[in-house]
Ligand binder design. Sequence first.
Ligand SMILES: [Zn+2]
Length: 610
Amino acid sequence: MTSTGSPQSITQPDSSADGIAWDLRDLYAGSDDPLIDRDLQTALQRARTFETTYRGKVHVEGGPTPQLLATAMRELESLSEQRDKPLAYASLLHSAQTDDPARGALLSRTHEQATAVNQHLIFFDLEWIQVPDEAARPLIAAPSLSRYSHTLEQKRAWKPHYLSEPEEKIHDEKTITGRAAFVRLFEETTSSIRFPIEHDGRTETLSMQQTLSKLYNPDRAVRKAAAEGLTAGLKENARLLTFIFNNLVLDHQTDCRLRRFPDPMASRHLANEIRPEVVDALMTGAERHTATVQRYYRLKGKLLGLDALYDYDRYAPLFSDMPGCEWETGRRIVQESYEAFSPRAGGIIREFFEKRWIDAEPRPGKRGGAFSSSAVPSVHPYILMNYSGQLRDVMTLAHELGHGLHQYLARPVGYFQCGTPLTTAETASVFGEMLTFRRLLELYPDPRTRLALLCSKIEDGFATVFRQVLLTRFEQSLHKARQERGELTTEQINELWMEANRPMYGDAVRLSDGYGWWWLYIGHFIRSPFYCYAYAFGELLVLALVEKYRQEGAAFVPKYLDLLAAGGSAAPDALLARLGVDVTDPGFWELGLRLLGEMVDQAEELAAKL
Ligand SMILES: [Zn+2]
């Protein structure tokens, strides 16, 4: 799929972040850097040697020696990083300009090469999981393997779900033209759609990101036009996008069946290192608080002076004269809020800005949304976002820098253990947002601005807690329906989407007919099935951590930074226990949910005083 519009014809508003583009030269000098191919070739050569050296040496009577396993793990770690570096670079290049065919081609090539490398490595995990428990346990505990102990343990948790080696190889190789290809088709399709926004007698054609950002416009007519344009663009592409959804849901089901997972969420829970009961308690807990959501939207409707609040009013700014925020100011606010929390954290954040690890300018063809990529631990993370100059962009910047800080601090634990499961992946990002939110409250003492900030924080909290729970419920029903009824039509999925939305909004928000189509652009369903509850987990966890910081003050800071630096070197519940947090207690989620409710109380009080 190539881009359908020429970039020059698109209306591209100026942004104060124009020119803020990342410098990827810490990875490679450019897309034609010969080191890319050299790394790919060397990684492949090393993988072949690895296979010849270690095949048949791990699954042996009594298990391997700690020395042999440690040497093998070190080599595996180093060659995996060499394999991933070109891939990380290519995917950053591609996300910065998805409509450039040369970048798409480089991404494919690095992906294919990485898969070729993996073909020689698959045996290793399979041999390791076959080592009997009594031989594996002392190895996991061996001091010489401490850098890998959690990885070694985690690999074994997947034991019941592995296929045979030839099956794993075929599966892995076919993924390139299967799942991965459909994900890319989705990305390229959604970023090439031009949405027709009809307003004031003229039609603008905007990218998805630009269209979504119009839902935050103070003018209701603009929001309504954006909502209608979004629906129109999605409808236009619904056949292809629905096909991609159906196909990827089926692909996931096939995987679950082949790998003997009892339900579609089970593999995600295992990867998240979380027990299903914990997630159930989180989701049902949130669903018990939908009254908080509805109470808030009724307040918002009143503040906006609307008889009925529609879906396209949910993100409306409360006051039309809210201050915007230029890139330089936003940068300073975020910098200062991290600095005030911890000079060490502040110093790391400064590096991101000064060394140009952030790509912030909006550009046609650039991937929408925002992310922080850990790239490879021997280099450093990179951040992509689309800075349009609103206060909420400042929060996004703080969010992604939280990820960046986390990824940066966890680099020393190494390639295998630096990444966290999704459940705790949002800890530092949401915490960083909270720090910046408080800084913003200090900087803007005017009650109207404070109310607006508070409301936007509440809305963010809703987006990360209630909306993500709702998205997960939708995904559950989508997978169930696909399994029971076979391939689904767009209209059938629209209905599932509306059914998942209604309980949360009740009669406080009117959902227009067009809203039924809005599941079509949500990339999480495509990229990582059942990702969404991790956001709710992260947000509620962070609200509890914020409470701890409030109680403990400066004593909390080093413990928190240690938590980040630990990366994924132990299971989340074990890492959090070090901070005195028990996520396995079903009542734990109530704490964060109540805090969200209290924020709505505060907003009601502030509003009453205006
Ligand atoms: Zn995030």
